[in-house]
Design a protein around this ligand. Structure first.
Ligand SMILES: NC(=O)c1ccc[n+]([C@@H]2O[C@H](COP(=O)([O-])OP(=O)(O)OC[C@H]3O[C@@H](n4cnc5c(N)ncnc54)[C@H](OP(=O)(O)O)[C@@H]3O)[C@@H](O)[C@H]2O)c1
Length: 243
């Protein structure tokens, strides 16, 4: 039997827009109070908090730059006690291994790996049972040569998911969701998705709701930890490399 999520509190990083917004609303519909973390999207975060409150749960918004370790360190204290941590914030920078710089590698590592680690440890220190879900990318199973620093750091997050699942057990379960073709990157439109539907066996793209549903499944489970759910139309089986 699944535990009810009603009355729990979730901190969702990068929550104001896109997948973060869909995840926030999906949790709020289940009665979860949401701490909406954002970096630059203040107006969107404010609007989202209004939508969440109309679902009769509480919404708090917190700004922080997760590429700045001091701001990351302070985020959990500012959020207060939580039951759920969703590490969703991300940057998706186009650069091959030949183009990537130490600065971009450091930034990607900070946002995709160091921040989830620091937040997970701070969560564990609150000494409450709970759930962590990390957002990976189905391309951790293949090779994304166009986004080298992103790819490296998401692979670190994959390893970190398993390490945290061991280290934080039995109190906190740690899982991941690895989306595939869901939303076009900023600046691209629906045509980007249509062009790439051939890369997965289901020959279509998913929706933010598909990702949110997988997260809810994990949050409602009691005996799953260290697991990765690929929400990718089967891309990870096929192992397409985009070459
Ligand atoms: N979209 C997809 O189809 C897809 C596919 C595979 C994997 N994923 C993964 O799923 C997650 C959500 O995807 P998405 O496309 O919705 O993500 P996104 O739009 O690329 O980023 C989500 C949020 O991260 C925040 N962020 C960026 N830099 C930050 C920083 N320095 N400090 C704090 N927050 C920062 C931004 O917040 P502000 O807007 O407030 O600045 C942004 O809105 C990501 O982890 C992504 O890797 C997505």
């Amino acid at each position: 039997m699944a535990d009810s999520l009603r009355g729990k509190t979730a901190l969702i990083t990068g929550a104001a827009r896109r997948l973060g917004e869909a995840i926030s609303l999906a949790l709020a519909r289940q009665g979860v109070n949401v701490v909406v973390h954002y970096h630059r999207s203040e107006a969107a975060a404010q609007a989202l908090c209004g939508q969440i409150e109309r679902l009769a749960v509480s919404a708090t918004r917190l700004q922080a730059d997760l590429s700045d370790s001091r701001q990351t360190q302070g985020l959990l204290n500012r959020a207060g006690p939580i039951d759920i941590l969703i590490n969703n914030a991300s940057v998706f920078e186009q650069e091959t291994l030949w183009e990537t710089t130490e600065a971009s590698l450091a930034r990607n590592m900070q946002i995709h790996a160091a921040a989830p680690l620091v937040l997970a440890r701070a969560f564990a220190q609150q000494d409450r049972p709970g759930h962590i879900v990390n957002l990976l990318d189905t391309r951790v199973t293949t090779y994304d040569r166009e986004h080298a620093a992103y790819h490296i750091s998401k692979r670190v997050l994959l390893t970190l998911t398993r390490m945290l699942a061991l280290e934080l057990a039995p109190k906190i379960v740690v899982n991941a969701v690895a989306p595939g073709l869901i939303l076009p990157p900023p600046g691209q439109d629906e045509g980007y998705l249509k062009k790439l539907t051939y890369t997965n066996p289901l020959k279509r793209h998913g929706d933010p709701a598909d990702v949110a549903e997988a997260i809810l499944f994990l949050l409602n489970s009691r005996f799953i930890t260290g697991q990765i759910i690929y929400v990718d139309g089967g891309y990870h089986i096929k192992g397409h490399t985009y070459d």
